[in-house]
Design a protein around this ligand. Structure first.
Ligand code: ADP
Length: 469
């Protein structure tokens, strides 16, 4: 079950207040009870000592209390203020009783025995349906003629019990009222505390796919919530950016696939329109094949990038000599290089071995060299260098082509980004994004810059894991 934060805050605060108040109330109650008891006990001791003196006063041994001259009715009207006295012998026989006491005091025989033996004791009992507290006073202490006589003086506890009961009721009521009050107060306060979160949630809920450009403005300036709002807004920006690039990517991809498909279809429709010679059919098939190859290239590139996006570009690591792979790629480009009369200057670190994915590394090298040949001016130079650096290798491919306009250096690795449509017509605009995806998958990086005197330089760093590892 989900508990609302507001309820949790309010109930915790109210419980803490209630506990504190209840504790104070309990202490107050105990202090009051103790003080009332002390007063009653002090009065019992005072009356007992007066009555003991009065009882043992007469040398003839005759016992009489120090009494007011009041009737039973008058005594009854004094209620709680009365102190009743009675003398017992050790076997519980009444020897003397206050004049206005119409029945025996409640006798506790165990206490009587203890007191007859010389100890002061206390007990509580019932007299006329009223609780009374008694003190037992050993009269033997005051002379041998009263050996084993016990004086009992009792005080009604009605007023004391009533006071305590009322005080208890007041205190319980106060505790309840304060608890309810503090719950309501903290409910209101907690409501104010959680309201910003609700407002922020409400605004966040209002931002759907179509309104990703919107941001949360609620409580963006409040110290406690500013960072939450900032985090959410940053996340929204990231999602917005990802959405946008995904949208662009999908649009570009479909456009990229549609062009060769349309060309292919046109080519085939044209070929079928009438009877053709063998030569014409061959030419139509050859150009259809060209479009089909382009289609399969784009599809393969898109698949590689989709894998990289999904984080499933799994590397089949094996021991690869990067120098060998560069030489193999240059060998494949030999025809195009000599056609453009491009000179290559190659400087390779011998034994540049490490654990890489052979196919992906080949693709990375190919994409860079292919671009270099594509964009290099006629009779230009391509410099390829492979050097060990720190914990890996750095592959550098530089050409003497037009270079990259400064404003495009950063976006050149984006998908379908083409700087110069005229030069890039044959490319898909995916080659460099694939280079970056492969470098990243290997834990490396790639940068682009322009060389002095013209031409582009691409630098790839690949950290190396040794074949042993
Ligand atoms: P493409 O398949 O179109 O070449 P790439 O992702 O490989 O796609 O390159 C993206 C863009 O970067 C190219 O269209 C081109 O404008 C630019 N570019 C790539 N390599 C070079 C280079 N060596 N010199 C100049 N521009 C380049």
């Amino acid at each position: 079950m989900r508990i609302s934060l507001r309820f949790e805050l309010a109930s915790r605060y109210a419980a803490a207040v209630a506990l504190g108040i209840a504790l104070i109330a309990a202490i107050g109650y105990l202090v009051l009870r103790d003080s009332l008891d002390r007063q009653i006990n002090a009065s019992l001791i005072a009356v007992a000592s007066i009555q003991a003196a009065s009882v043992t006063d007469d040398p003839s041994g005759e016992m009489h209390f120090h009494e007011w001259d009041v009737t039973v009715e008058e005594a009854a009207s004094l209620g709680d203020l009365n102190r009743y006295s009675q003398i017992w012998n050790e076997s519980g026989e009444s020897l003397l009783r206050s004049r206005y006491l119409t029945r025996d005091l409640p006798l506790d025989h165990a206490r009587l025995a203890e007191t007859a033996a010389g100890e002061f004791t206390w007990s509580e009992g019932q007299l006329f349906e009223v609780r009374v507290r008694s003190i037992y006073y050993p009269l033997g202490r005051l002379g041998p003629s009263h050996e084993r006589h016990v004086l009992q003086v009792a005080a009604p506890l009605k007023a004391r019990d009533g006071t305590l009961r009322r005080a208890g009721q007041y205190l319980v009521t106060i505790v309840l009222l304060v608890s309810i009050g503090s719950f309501l107060g903290s409910w209101w306060l907690a409501g104010k505390t959680v309201r910003p979160v609700n407002d922020i949630i409400q605004q966040a809920e209002g931002i759907d796919g179509a309104l990703l450009g919107q941001r949360i403005s609620a409580y963006a300036e409040t110290k406690e919530f500013a960072s939450l709002v900032h985090v959410l807004n940053t996340m929204l920006s990231r999602i917005d950016k990802a959405f946008e690039s995904q949208r662009r990517f999908t649009a570009d991809a479909s456009h990229e696939l549609r062009s060769p498909l349309t060309a292919l279809r046109g080519e085939l429709e044209l070929a079928l329109r009438k009877e053709r010679t063998g030569e014409e059919y061959r030419s139509a098939i050859a150009s259809s094949l060209e479009e089909a190859t382009r289609l399969s290239d784009v599809t393969a590139d898109l698949l590689t990038l989709a894998r990289s996006d999904a984080g499933v570009m799994t590397l089949r690591l094996e021991c690869v000599d990067l120098g060998e792979r560069v030489m193999a790629a240059l060998e494949r480009l030999r025809g195009r290089l000599s056609k453009k009369e491009v000179e290559t200057v190659v400087s390779l670190e011998p034994d540049a071995k490490g654990m890489f994915d052979l196919k992906l590394v080949d693709q990375l090298i190919w994409n860079l060299l292919d671009n270099a040949v594509k964009y290099c001016h006629e009779a230009g130079t391509i410099d390829v260098s492979l050097a060990s650096s720190g914990s890996g290798f750095t592959l550098e491919v530089a050409d003497t082509g037009p270079g990259i306009p400064e404003k495009d250096v950063d976006r050149i690795f984006d998908r379908f980004s083409r700087v110069d449509e005229a030069h890039s017509a044959e490319g898909t605009g995916l080659g460099l994004s694939i280079v970056r995806a492969i470098a990243l998958a290997h834990g490396g990086s790639v940068t682009a810059s322009n060389r002095e005197g013209g031409g582009a330089v691409f630098r790839v760093s690949l950290p190396v894991t040794s074949p042993e590892a």
